[in-house]
Design a binder for this molecule. Structure first.
Ligand code: BGC
Length: 262
C-alpha cells in the first residue's frame, strides 16, 4: 500500500483481464481499493485475480462488457454502483492494435480499432462523468493513451489516430469538468512487456529494434504503468488534470539524437 486514500475507493478498469489492465487491477487491490474488472472474453485468470485482490485487503468483482457498445458501458457503471455503492476512479484501458500497411487497411479494421480505443474511452468517460456529477464525486478519470498520441506510427495508422484522439478528448474533458473537481488525465506508455507485444518481443531481432528506440534501454514492465495509474488516481496528484503522463523510458524524447548528433 502506498496511497492510503485509495483504500476503499471504487475503481472501474476496462480490459482488465490482461496486460496493463490486469497489472492495474492488482495494484489497486494492493492499495485495498474495490476493483471492478471489466473484461471482454471470459478467462480463468479473472477468478484468480479476484482472490488475489481480496487476499491483499481489497475487493473485486468482474463484469463482462464490450466497450464499443453503449449499453454495455452503461451497464458497467450501473453494476459498479449497485455492487459497491459508488464510483471514484474510471480507467479506460481497453485497447487493440494490428499491423497493416495503410493502403491495405480495411474499413473493418479501422472501425474496430477506433471504436474500441477511442469511442470506448469516450463512452467510459461520459458515463463516469455523468455518475460523478450526479453523486457529487470529485473523481479521477484515466485514459490509456500511448507514446503514439504524439509519435506517428506507420502500419498502425488507425491505432495512432485513436491515441491522437484520446489526447484531445482527455484535454477537452479536463477543461470542461475541472470546475466540478473531476480530474481527467492520460497515461502514455512506451513499449511494455504485455501480451499485445508478445509476438514482437519473442523475436530477438524485433525486440532489439524496439530497445534501440528506448533511451533507458529496456522494455517496461506493466507494474511501472500501474504505479503511474495509482498516483494519478490518488490525492497525491490532486492538482493535476489534462496531462498525458508518459512512462516510456524516454521514447518520446527523440532517441535518434541520443548520441549528440544533429
Ligand atoms: C503499442 C506497442 C508499441 C509501443 C511503442 C504502444 O502503444 O501498444 O505495441 O510497442 O506503443 O511503439
Amino acid at each position: 500500500m502506498m496511497y492510503t486514500d485509495l483504500e476503499g475507493k471504487v475503481v472501474v478498469i476496462t480490459g482488465a483481464s490482461t496486460g496493463l489492465g490486469k497489472a492495474m487491477a492488482l495494484r489497486f487491490g494492493n492499495e485495498k481499493a474495490k476493483v471492478v474488472i471489466n473484461y471482454f472474453k471470459k478467462d480463468p485468470v479473472i477468478d484468480e485475480m479476484i482472490s488475489q485482490i481480496q487476499h491483499a485487503g481489497g475487493d473485486a468483482i468482474a463484469v463482462q462488457g464490450d466497450v464499443t457498445q453503449e449499453q454495455d458501458v452503461k451497464d458497467l457503471i450501473q453494476a459498479t454502483a449497485s455492487q459497491f455503492g459508488r464510483l471514484d476512479i474510471m480507467i479506460n484501458n481497453a485497447g487493440v492494435e494490428n499491423e497493416v500497411p495503410s493502403e491495405e487497411l480495411s474499413l473493418k479494421d479501422w472501425n474496430r480499432v477506433i471504436s474500441t480505443n477511442l469511442t470506448g474511452a469516450f463512452l467510459g468517460c461520459r458515463e463516469a462523468i455523468a455518475y460523478m456529477i450526479e453523486n457529487k464525486i470529485k473523481g479521477s478519470i484515466i485514459n490509456m493513451s500511448s507514446v503514439h498520441e504524439m509519435i506517428p506510427w506507420p502500419h498502425f495508422v488507425h491505432y495512432a489516430a485513436s491515441k491522437g484522439g484520446i489526447k484531445l478528448m482527455s484535454e477537452t474533458l479536463a477543461l470542461e469538468f475541472a470546475p466540478k473537481g473531476i480530474r481527467i488525465n492520460s497515461i502514455g506508455p512506451g513499449a511494455i512487456d504485455t501480451p499485445i507485444n508478445a509476438e514482437k518481443f519473442s523475436d530477438p531481432k524485433l525486440k532489439a529494434g524496439v530497445e534501440e528506440l528506448i533511451p533507458m534501454g529496456y522494455i517496461g514492465k506493466p507494474e511501472q504503468i500501474a504505479a503511474v495509474a495509482a498516483w494519478l488516481a490518488s490525492e497525491e496528484s490532486s492538482y493535476v488534470t489534462g496531462i498525458t503522463l508518459f512512462a516510456d523510458g524516454g521514447m518520446t524524447k527523440y532517441p535518434g539524437f541520443q548520441a549528440g548528433r544533429g
